[in-house]
Each structure stands twice: as structure tokens, then as C-alpha cells.
Design a binder for this molecule. Sequence first.
Ligand code: DGL
Length: 262
Amino acid sequence: MNNLPIGIFDSGIGGTSVWKEIAALMPGEDTLYLADSRNAPYGERTGEEIIALSVKNTEWLLVKQCKIIVVACNTATTNAITYLRDQYPIPFIGIEPAIKPAALHSKTGTVGVLATKGTLASRLFSTTSKNHASHIRIVEQEGTGLVSLIESGRMNSGEVRELLKKYLVPMLDANMDHLVLGCTHFPYLMPVLKELLPDHIKIIDCGEAVARQTLRMLHDSEQLAGEEDPGRHQFFTNVDPGVLHDILAGLPGKKEVNYLDF
Ligand code: DGL
């Protein structure tokens, strides 16, 4: 048994879409969430910059004695997780666009992936596509501008709707039947996506799968916390905490949001 917290980081508030699955699946676990919103969007940065920021986030979580680190960011995972695993002796769980299940279930043979420029340009993304989806057509789309709009709390705005309309056209024209959300911020676009997409298109978000993988890893290494007391959840952000507060307000659990000059 291990009552140390699960560390989670993202370039901002998007990783809370993964955090909420972790908190729901493992109610006894404490969590520490680091939102590096001041440096978002990571997806517009170089691979070296993404690695440097991921290292900084990891080291902060290690000082806080986290027992495992969840990289709740596709951009950081696809650009930095190999480096992090090489450098630090702690287990890392990452998140990548779920093209494998989408490719497996696609009937039209076309899958759309909406992700950041940094994710789509990464070596890990191209290896995964080659290994698991070479038999289908993948229509890749950079979601430029979406992360910043979500970070500023404008996830249901006209600006988001207009950008999404434009981004979805090539995928719809190609007859996709699955849309993979390749960025942890994008589950917050679900209401607008549902409004814009025909009902038969399945939207894939793998936050829940990441939570299950975290549970498996902690279970196998006998590091799960006891379940007598509900977990305590601490969030740290290096910008005004208002939007993070609003996003968390509707979610269950004992939560604390702190500003951190990081
Ligand atoms: N949530 C991050 C991801 O999953 C957003 C990346 C960004 O900051 O551009 O990729």
C-alpha cells in the first residue's frame, strides 16, 4: 500500500479530463495536478521545448513525492515520454491519440484525428499510425487555436464553433466514421462537436483507458492507496485559477486550487 499522491501534469486545464477519470476510478487516491497554463499551448512549441517543460513539470511532481506520474497531455507524451522514462526511475503513464481502437472499429476505413501540431509531427504518432492503422485512411487535422480558446474558458464560443466547422470539413468529406480526440483539452469541446457532427460518427477520447492503465500499474506494483478515506485533490496553476475553478466546480471530490508562481 502507498498513500503518496498520483502526480498529473498538462500544459493547462485539459488534463483535468483525465484527472476526473482517475479520481472516479480510484476514489481513495490523493492526486496532485500541475497545470502549466502559462506555457500553453505546448503544441506550437519545438520538440526540445516540450521536453524541457515536461522535465520541469516532472521534477516539481517528484519533489512532492508522487508515486507515479500521469502525463495527461498528448503533446508532452508523444514528444517527451521516452526521454522522461529514460531519465527518471518512476513509472510514467502517457496518453496518445487512440487511433488503434478507431482503426479496429472503422467501417468506412477512414478515421479523423484532431490533435496539436506537436502531436501530429511527433515520431511516436507516426510510428503508432504505421503500426496500427496502415490499413485505413487517417485524416489528420491540427486544431490550431482551440487549446488557447479552451484555456480562456471559451469552449462553447462562436470562435470555437467556427474553427471546428472548418477543421471537420476534410474529415467529413473523406467519410470518417470515428473522430479521435488527440488532445486532452478537446473533451471540453464535446457539446459543440456533438452539435456539428452527424450522430453515426463516434468520438473517441481515451481518458478512461488512461485511468484504467494507471490503476493496473499501481495494482501490479502494490502501490494502491487504502480506500477508507476519500482522496484529497490538489491543483496548481501558474495563471489566474478562475477557469480551472469553473471546470472543477461541477466535478465531485475534495478539491483545492492553488496559484503557483512556476
Ligand atoms: N492537453 C494538451 C494535449 O493533450 C494540449 C497541448 C497544448 O498545450 O498545445 O496535447
